[in-house]
Design a protein around this ligand. Structure first.
Ligand code: FES
Length: 101
């Protein structure tokens, strides 16, 4: 179990958990227009001061995460797509407008 600090709030994750999955379960909004294929970079967050793609980042140690404020994520592109091929829970929790459901 690893300690993950998200914008100052402490969460815990099993070894190997995808960071995007933890962020969604912790209530942090995110956009994943490429279906978590590591292409769009819309899921970029700061991990220990370094930019990382949350959909590609597996948690294997204690980390400190800073996410963009929600208004910065949603103001740029509007609608997101439904990602039926994505295995991550992030894409199963958004409707076609990118709103958490
Ligand atoms: S790079 Fe597109 S959702 Fe992560």
């Amino acid at each position: 179990m690893h300690k993950v600090t998200i914008n100052g709030k402490t969460e815990y994750a099993e070894n190997g958990t995808l960071l995007s999955d933890l962020l969604i379960s912790a209530g942090s909004p995110a956009e994943h227009p490429c279906g978590c294929k590591g292409i769009c970079r819309k899921c970029t967050v700061s991990v220990n001061g370094k930019d990382e793609l949350s959909c590609q980042y597996k948690i294997i140690s204690d980390i400190d995460v800073i996410t963009a404020p929600p208004e910065a994520i949603y103001s740029e592109t509007g609608a997101a797509e439904l990602h039926t091929s994505c295995e991550s829970i992030c894409c199963r929790t958004h409707d076609v407008y990118g709103i958490l459901i």
